[in-house]
Design a binder for this molecule. Sequence first.
Ligand SMILES: Nc1ncnc2c1ncn2[C@@H]1O[C@H](COP(=O)(O)OP(=O)(O)OP(=O)(O)O)[C@@H](O)[C@H]1O
Length: 236
Amino acid sequence: MMFSSDPIVQVRNACIFQGMNTVLQDVSFNIEKYEFVFLIGRTGSGKSSLLKTLYADLKLQMGEAEVAGYTIHNIKIKEIPFLRRKIGIVFQDFQLFTDRSVAENLLFVMKATGWKDKTKMKTRLAEVLMRVGLGGAATKMPHQLSGGEQQRVVIARALLNDPSILLADEPTGNLDPEVADGIFQLFQDINKQGTAILMATHNHELLKKHPYRVLKCEKGKLLDSKTSDFTLSTSQ
Ligand SMILES: Nc1ncnc2c1ncn2[C@@H]1O[C@H](COP(=O)(O)OP(=O)(O)OP(=O)(O)O)[C@@H](O)[C@H]1O
């Protein structure tokens, strides 16, 4: 199949499995550059499995997908780190190294993704911390930061390689509503500056307040607000 070069994500007739179980079947959708898309669905409906498929952590065994120019269904193991440089990944649990400073956390990822020039690394580190509103936090240890600040560091880490899309799995799940609002605004700012966002969430308030496109995992299918009417509730 030929893919056009425009969308960041293209999925065609994908079936997503966990072990022997089919989690989602016949999944087809695109995400365009600069789109903001929510991913909803009840617990266990397949949101994380879909995100993992897109960043090649879960093998796509049936169907086809292309993400940020990489073909996912036949991606080679050695290509996966290059794919991951084009996508930023943000989870609910902050997953920072607790025994390293903020700067050390970010430098670790930069080294692992091929950065070598120390001056450029320092400049980039300062840029991403500024971008998430944590200009003064480089020398702090994670435990010296609030939950919201730690999530901002995770977002800064995801931005290091200037990804074309951020995949976020419940990024506000563990945060107080006010803090969650701030984090959500940060995602919106990042999106306005040209990064597509696919965000899995259970947060009904966000869905009500922000009328972005919604993909919903339901009964083994992926529904799309662009093409079908469905209830936004994630609890049914
Ligand atoms: N590593 C795994 N091995 C086997 N089955 C799994 C694995 N991870 C998830 N599953 C199963 O796959 C299905 C989809 O799970 P998934 O985590 O994708 O759902 P989810 O919509 O992200 O849920 P939540 O909202 O709770 O995060 C569930 O039935 C789950 O039990």
